[in-house]
Design a binder for this molecule. Structure first.
Ligand SMILES: *[C@@H]1O[C@H](CO)[C@@H](O)[C@H](O)[C@H]1NC(C)=O
Ligand SMILES: *[C@@H]1O[C@H](CO)[C@@H](O)[C@H](O)[C@H]1NC(C)=O
Ligand SMILES: *[C@@H]1O[C@H](CO)[C@@H](O)[C@H](O)[C@H]1NC(C)=O
Ligand SMILES: *[C@@H]1O[C@H](CO)[C@@H](O)[C@H](O)[C@H]1NC(C)=O
Ligand SMILES: *[C@@H]1O[C@H](CO)[C@@H](O)[C@H](O)[C@H]1NC(C)=O
Ligand SMILES: *[C@@H]1O[C@H](CO)[C@@H](O)[C@H](O)[C@H]1NC(C)=O
Ligand SMILES: *[C@@H]1O[C@H](CO)[C@@H](O)[C@H](O)[C@H]1NC(C)=O
Ligand SMILES: *[C@@H]1O[C@H](CO)[C@@H](O)[C@H](O)[C@H]1NC(C)=O
Length: 479
């Protein structure tokens, strides 16, 4: 304990030394921007305690200047927020001040507005002031009749960094949605990059990274695990129709940390290591090749430890053997044996009965479908919430409902099930990525067949010897 305390005291000393050294770069610093107090040139404002600093900075390209927030005690600067990311200043001019309308504005030249907080403020704006909080949040406050209200805050308009105590909201009713947007170049260019991190509020809420690098189309690039949020918390307010993603902030936890959405679509948690004087990666979204969304196609499963990372889920075969054997997994897999219980709302006959057993159609006596249990899995995307209080009830209900294709039960999340084609499934080879047990519904004939010998004989008869050798090849690769 004593040692630890001494260590911390030492750390704090180092912090102050660094602060003092860095401080000399800046001509003056204040706590507020007010009607009487603007900043320009090398002037800055600092938070109290002095964890963050706001001022003008230039990334590698020294012509472009931005107003931003960075860690006060870290050389760099390590920027966590940028005001005028789309509209850089081109020279050393520029003043950040409270404008006539009470907004925080960045102006240069003949009152050209480069950036504004752009909120409607009350007419009594003489009392607006901006302050940088210890969390790194820049807030614009208005004092009306002696009471202060926050009218704008930078945490509501994040750049490419998520900081503890930031809250992300998605509102299904109002359409309000906050996103983090990558820089075009994580080091040098703060303008909008290809990726956003957002919250997907449908089903069981999860965070996702979207890739916007395809024109108007956007694609999922990564998604979190609904059962393991790496310290993040997701809160739901059903009355308001909103879902929040947040990360708790603790003043006592004297750690400088940040989550950065990089320009190549990774979301990386780093902590400042004072001894090594560098940011150290603690966690990252793209942990393995399998973390890229939908790596193995529909009904495929990815395992980063396998030499060929993609395989079909048990009971499924590649849709196209040719593509699959060339390492093109995008076509995914298809069911080898149809389920007895098929969901006919998928328009076979347009009948009004939802769940029909094939045995009743054909009049035959087929045995009931069952589940294959897969362990340590990342659950598929498009999860729905099932109403069940236990794992047994969850699987039973899934079995009884023909539209349910798979289910899983997690103590914290409850019963999850899937009625759409299963995508983005992963088997964790590494125990540090805690997966869950996933139950996949398959036809009776697929149950208990360990090596699937029968199947290959049938295939052989139907398709011929050439395919057989391919199958055997795959079976050999997989087993
Ligand atoms: C601004 O400065 C004027 C005088 O220069 C002073 O009377 C006023 O109180 C100041 N306002 C604030 C908010 O500091
Ligand atoms: C301010 O916001 C309004 C809409 O809320 C928008 O039309 C306008 O372009 C914005 N102005 C600036 C300078 O960003
Ligand atoms: C502020 O106080 C004045 C008089 O006390 C009152 O007329 C006015 O409505 C108040 N404004 C607000 C926004 O509360
Ligand atoms: C974190 O944010 C909440 C509001 O979302 C606020 O009430 C709280 O004071 C903040 N914590 C710190 C340490 O600033
Ligand atoms: C964005 O995506 C497009 C298309 O994939 C790519 O050409 C471009 O280089 C990407 N931009 C960045 C900054 O990565
Ligand atoms: C949920 O939203 C409603 C309406 O905006 C609000 O009145 C209520 O306080 C919120 N509940 C919680 C727990 O935040
Ligand atoms: C992979 O297969 C898909 C069809 O499943 C096809 O559209 C695509 O062009 C193929 N990609 C390559 C690189 O061959
Ligand atoms: C199902 O049938 C409805 C109406 O009969 C039609 O609008 C819909 O496109 C069909 N869906 C599929 C997947 O075929």
């Amino acid at each position: 304990m004593g040692n630890k305390r001494r260590y911390y005291t030492k750390l704090i000393c180092i912090f102050f030394t660094v602060t003092a050294a860095l401080g000399s770069e800046y001509s003056s610093s204040t706590q507020f921007i007010s009607t009487n107090q603007s900043i320009t040139g090398t002037q800055t404002i600092v938070s109290s305690p002095e964890k963050f600093r706001l001022g003008f900075f230039s990334p590698a390209n020294p012509i472009n200047r931005y107003v931003g927030i960075w860690f006060n005690n870290v050389p760099g600067p390590t920027v966590v927020w940028v005001a005028n990311r789309h509209n850089p200043l081109q020279d050393s001019s520029g003043v950040l001040k409270i404008g006539d309308d009470g907004n925080l504005v960045l102006v240069a030249g003949r009152n050209n507005v480069f950036w504004t907080s752009n909120v409607s403020t009350s007419t009594a704006t003489i009392n607006s002031r901006a302050q940088l909080l210890s969390t790194g949040n820049l807030v614009l406050q208005e004092t009306i009749n002696g009471s202060e209200t926050i009218v704008w805050q930078s945490f509501d308009h994040p750049s490419n960094v998520f900081l503890p105590n930031m809250t992300f909201v998605v509102n299904k009713k109002t359409g309000e949605k906050r996103v983090i947007t990558s820089w075009k170049d994580t080091e040098n260019d703060p303008s909008t990059g290809n990726f956003t991190l957002e919250l997907d509020p449908t089903g069981i809420p999860q965070s996702i990274i979207m890739d916007h690098g395809y024109g108007n189309q956007q694609r999922r690039y990564w998604r979190s695990i609904p059962t393991n949020l790496n310290g993040f918390r997701i809160l739901t307010n059903n009355t308001a129709g909103s879902v929040y993603l947040t990360l708790d902030y603790s003043e006592e936890r004297n750690i400088l940390e940040k989550y950065t959405l990089t320009s190549d679509g990774n979301f990386v948690e780093t902590q400042w290591n004072e001894g090594r004087k560098e940011w150290v990666e603690v966690w990252s979204a793209k942990y393995s090749k399998c973390d890229i969304y939908d790596r193995c196609g529909t009904f495929g499963s990815c395992n980063a430890l396998d030499s060929s990372i993609c395989s079909c889920l048990r009971g499924f075969v590649p849709k196209s053997f040719g593509e699959w054997s060339n390492g093109n997994w995008s076509g995914g897999c298809v069911r080898r044996t149809e389920l007895q219980c098929v969901n006919r709302s998928k328009n076979e006959t347009g009948g009004d009965e939802k769940n029909v057993s094939r045995s009743t159609i054909s009049g035959g006596k087929e045995e009931a479908d069952g589940f294959l249990k897969l362990e340590n899995m990342k659950v598929p995307d498009f999860v729905e919430r099932g109403e069940a209080g236990s794992a047994e009830e969850c699987t039973l209900k899934c079995l009884q409902n023909c539209s349910c294709l798979a289910c899983s039960y997690d103590r914290n999340v409850g019963c999850m099930w899937w009625s759409r084609d299963l995508v983005d499934v992963q088997r964790f080879g590494n125990l540090s990525q805690a997966g869950v047990e996933l139950y996949i519904k398959v036809a009776h004939s697929e149950l208990g067949t360990k090596k699937d010998h029968k199947i290959f004989i049938i295939m052989g008869v139907v398709i011929g010897i050439a395919v057989i050798s391919l199958c055997t090849f795959f079976c050999w690769r997989r087993c």
